[in-house]
Design a protein around this ligand. Sequence first.
Ligand SMILES: [Zn+2]
Length: 162
Amino acid sequence: MAITEKITNTMKPTFWEGHIPVNYVYTYGHAGEKFFRAIKDKGTFLATYCSACDISYVPPKIYCDRCFTKLDRYIDVGTRGFIETFTVSFMNMDGSRKERPRILAMIRIVGTDGGLIHYIEGIGPDEIALGMPVQAVFKPKGKRTGAIDDIIGFGPVTRGRK
Ligand SMILES: [Zn+2]
């Protein structure tokens, strides 16, 4: 079908095959670079804080969403959080059943207004609960690349780590 042809039946889908070249370079931005560098080098999370609004951002932002103040003070907020909400996945993307269910959760980082969505490790679907304390589990330092998958997931809180 050529583009000059008239569509006479709206119930019959029309399409053209082709390719759209898309080239891009993704950057983390200023705050994202600091956030992922802290994960890679120190195994911890950074936040920014707006004192005017009394709100902290994890991942950090360079401007406050509420008052647009520039935020340039980064705070180490550690790796602990609690489960704010979660879902249990039993199926793979192709529709096949997973060998074991995986839990994906929104983890609120302790002492902040922010958090991350990530996998839960070491806690089963029958054990998980809203409000449960968890902490990040990172890849070994030498294997981290400064990416979100440097975090293996969040698991039970253990002693000796903040
Ligand atoms: Zn603010």
